[in-house]
Design a protein around this ligand. Structure first.
Ligand code: UTP
Length: 291
């Protein structure tokens, strides 16, 4: 069973739910406390043993590439001013030379299409797919837990799932629950945005995947689905006919940072995790809530 060495980060979407913030700035550069979303998920991938980070970008997304580069002027200034801690932090976050690749999705035709754009960079090996706007909070991170589940089961395709209010299943990809395999369960079916009466469960696909490279063969011919977009769920449904799929119940918290409430909640939760911010911030929150 080959190791998961590569992760794909689709970052070419338009972020229309977050306009006007995302008019000139990529959604993935919005900050949760003081780190851009994309840095949070790269950290998660790094912790899971990922060695190569593949970004599928689009127009107006060059700043993401810059974020993972050296900033010589800034670093020289920090050095001159003796700001060694800030300098060390920047260096720690930087992937090693050659560990990143950037490709372009010229048109945002959907998540499935964005994944397909990474096919040459991923090649013939299983890979992780991480949606950067879904921020997962847990120790260890979600992807590391999934990689360990895959190691225990001995391979296959994995998606992280979590419970949603049964009334809201129509907004998500929903899975059917089959046999238990210890850290994960076999998925019997997947349905994209089902009517509540047709939903096989209330477990939604939440933004972390481990996929076998055969998904690219399916995406070669994948037609547009829901929202007139090429959907990765549609391709996974086809791949499920031949290959095992497992659901990993993520026990931490997930914040959909593509939505305003999710993003604001993530900022509060992650700020309260930071000892240097927490006491003052908690008092301010208490005051605001008492208003
Ligand atoms: P979303 O649907 O949450 O992002 O896709 P979006 O389309 O940018 O946002 P809204 O709905 O218009 O507000 C999840 C992830 O997939 C990427 C997005 O950048 C986001 O990180 N994506 C989506 C692509 O890379 N290409 C696409 O065609 C669609």
């Amino acid at each position: 069973m080959s190791k998961i060495r590569k992760a794909v980060f689709p970052v070419a979407g338009l972020g229309t739910r977050f306009l006007p913030a995302t008019k000139a700035m990529p959604k993935e550069m919005l900050t949760v406390v003081d780190r851009p979303l994309i840095q949070h998920v790269v950290d998660e991938a790094h912790e899971a043993g990922i060695e190569h980070f593949v970004f599928v970008t689009g127009r107006n997304k060059a700043v993401i590439e810059d974020h993972f580069d050296k900033q010589f002027e800034l670093e020289a200034t920090l050095r001159d001013r003796g700001k060694t801690t800030a300098l060390a932090e920047l260096e720690k976050d930087l992937p090693a030379a050659g560990q990143t690749s950037f490709t372009r999705q010229q048109e945002p035709l959907g998540l499935g299409h964005a994944v397909w754009c990474a096919r040459e960079l991923v090649g013939n090996e299983p890979f992780a797919l991480i949606l950067p706007d879904m921020l997962m909070r847990s120790t260890p991170g979600c992807l590391k837990q999934m990689v360990e589940a895959r190691d225990a089961i001995g391979g296959g395709n994995f998606v992280a799932v979590e419970e949603v209010d049964p009334a809201n299943v129509g907004s998500y990809g929903i899975v059917g629950v089959g046999r238990d395999h210890g850290p994960a369960f076999e998925i019997t079916r997947m349905v994209e945005k089902p009517a509540p009466a047709d939903a096989p469960s209330n477990l939604m696909i939440s933004g972390r995947y481990i996929l076998e490279p055969e998904i690219f063969d399916i995406l070669d011919n994948q037609e547009r689905g829901a929202g007139n977009e090429i959907q990765v769920t549609d391709a996974m449904i086809k791949l499920m006919r031949d290959r095992p799929f497992y659901g990993f119940r993520f026990g931490g918290e997930t914040y959909d940072c593509g939505s305003k409430v999710g993003f604001l909640s993530a900022n509060v939760a992650f700020a309260l995790d930071r000892p240097e911010i927490e006491p003052e911030f908690r008092e301010i929150l208490k005051g605001l809530l008492a208003r």
